[in-house]
Design a protein around this ligand. Sequence first.
Ligand code: FE2
Ligand code: FE2
Length: 296
Amino acid sequence: MPLDLPRLRNFRVSRRDEAAETAPPESPDRPAPTVRRMDFEFDQVPRHWFGGNAFATHMVNGLSVLFPDGERFFVRSVRHYLDQIDDPELQASVRAFFGQEGSHAREHQRTFDHLASQGLDPQPFLRAYKKFAFEFLEPKVSPPLRLAVTAAFEHFTATFAHQGLSGNDFDEVHPQMRELLLWHAAEEIEHKAVAFDVLREVDGRQSVRAGGMLIAMALLTGLWTWGMVSFLRQDRETNWRRSLREMIQIRRAGPIGNFQMLGMFFDYMRPGFHPDQVDDYALARDYLDSVGRLHA
Ligand SMILES: [Fe+2]
Ligand SMILES: [Fe+2]
């Protein structure tokens, strides 16, 4: 029987659900997401492409390796409700969301061969991840909750994207990886409200949204750590002592590793929250414009 947290907790949801259904302000800046076909090169990317820091590199590798299958799950979760979306504008955004996530999955997957050529084979992790997340867990979760998990993950990716595009965290990243990450970041901001709006249209319960966030937070923390450790263990040029030193370095240098995730969590849990309340569509537009890809 699929897991349905909201049904289990129905007795607690009445007042908060009303708050969740109030219409949020829609940003006048919100763009129509645009699908861009990319073909990045990764041939020059060194093993420790994050400024020579092995820990930071494998931290992002551990996230990157989650994307292709994770993004295909996001598309499945939203596609389930495609025929229940009446608003033609949202329909169009949903189709562009499918296209963008498909491109992200493809481009991140193209880095896997390069990693394997450096002795960092992601396949054993990927096999276990797919088995656990999509063969074991996904069928146990009800469709509304799958959509809520997707909307919550989109909040995480949009927040990481905001961080990546607004700060200087990626200054030391190898240019070939930086291009991939910043393009992905910009498109995550472009479509950050799509899954959330589909969720509001098909199931406005605050309890569903909150349940999705709790599951997404647990999954992100667990799977990301697992992915990162799988790379650190394969990397013969690093060890636990070096990792500890590098972890402290990035903790001092920037926001990675601080309590940002907790802040993101609490923000999203607030009744009445909407992704458009974070004013950052211009960040995405300016970046895409600067690389000549604003209009595909
Ligand atoms: Fe994506
Ligand atoms: Fe996304």
